[in-house]
Design a protein around this ligand. Structure first.
Ligand SMILES: CC(C)(COP(=O)(O)OP(=O)(O)OC[C@H]1O[C@@H](n2cnc3c(N)ncnc32)[C@H](O)[C@@H]1OP(=O)(O)O)[C@@H](O)C(=O)NCCC(=O)NCCS
Length: 229
């Protein structure tokens, strides 16, 4: 697609400096190693393939979250969103979860979404923790604004972290945001934020070689069980 760079300068939101997220590895409850790493805009077309099947799964609000993640990935690919980042979890190269967020301002983070494509292993919980780690420890922000779009999300974030309610409308639909402060993050960190650095080179090589995507039927089965309900 031909791009008019003069016009792009007007259409693209200006960005604040944004530190990278250093990769880490987490040993899951089944003993498998999940590499957690930041991806780039070039990875979006491949990631979209792993999100697409979720758009049609009503269970646990996967459709609501999946459709929004899909749109946010494309907006990021084409520079239509300010200071977004995307972090993925991979097991043997396979994408098992995706999280994203953005810098609302240099000091305030906006948590966008958490999507677990494999289930029953707290993959979503680990990736959400990585996202909070990124905002507070690497982007060096003071607080993160968060909403839940599903009851499982509410249990995982609001209850497990004891997030503080606010009346600040969140940019995901305007619901009142909950807040993770630096203090709350460091209090929760020993209990909820895990992973080792650096990632052994052999594991990193597999993760970087390719973002492998399970086929649609396998994704539906992992998320919703054999009957796909
Ligand atoms: C919310 C979410 C990220 C949490 O991911 P997670 O920490 O890996 O947790 P899981 O989804 O595996 O499991 C959550 C619960 O559902 C149960 N569950 C439901 N369907 C399951 C399935 N097919 N396989 C295994 N467990 C399942 C689990 O037993 C677990 O129960 P627990 O909370 O008592 O441990 C994930 O459920 C998800 O992506 N949901 C859809 C999108 C969403 O709601 N995102 C958050 C928006 S705020």
């Amino acid at each position: 697609m031909a791009v008019d760079m003069e016009l792009e300068k007007v259409l693209r939101p200006p960005e604040f400096p944004q530190a990278p997220y250093p990769p880490k590895v987490i040993t899951l409850a089944n003993g498998k190693k999940m590499v957690v790493r930041e991806v780039t805009r070039a990875d979006v077309p491949q990631l979209l393939k792993s999100v697409l099947p979720t758009l049609f799964i009503e269970r646990d609000y996967y459709n609501v979250v999946g459709a929004r993640v899909y749109a946010e990935l494309i907006a990021w690919q084409y520079y239509r969103v300010q200071n977004e980042y995307v972090i993925v979890g991979q097991v043997d190269g396979l994408v098992v979860g995706i999280v994203n967020g953005r810098m609302y301002s240099p000091k305030v983070g906006m948590s966008l979404h958490t999507l677990a494509i494999d289930r029953g292993l707290r993959i979503g919980a680990h990736l959400f923790a990585a996202k909070m780690e990124h905002h507070i420890e690497y982007l060096n922000q003071d607080e993160v604004l968060i909403v839940a779009e599903s009851p499982i999300g509410f249990r995982r974030w609001m209850i497990e972290y004891g997030l503080e309610p606010t009346n600040i409308p969140h940019e995901l639909g305007g619901a009142p945001s909950y807040k993770l402060t630096r203090e709350l993050y460091f209090k929760s960190k020993p209990r909820l934020v895990v992973g080792d650095r650096p990632v052994p080179q052999a594991l990193m090589d597999v993760a970087m070689r390719e973002l492998t995507v399970a086929d649609g039927a396998a994704i539906r089965e992992k998320i919703a069980g054999l009957k796909g309900r």
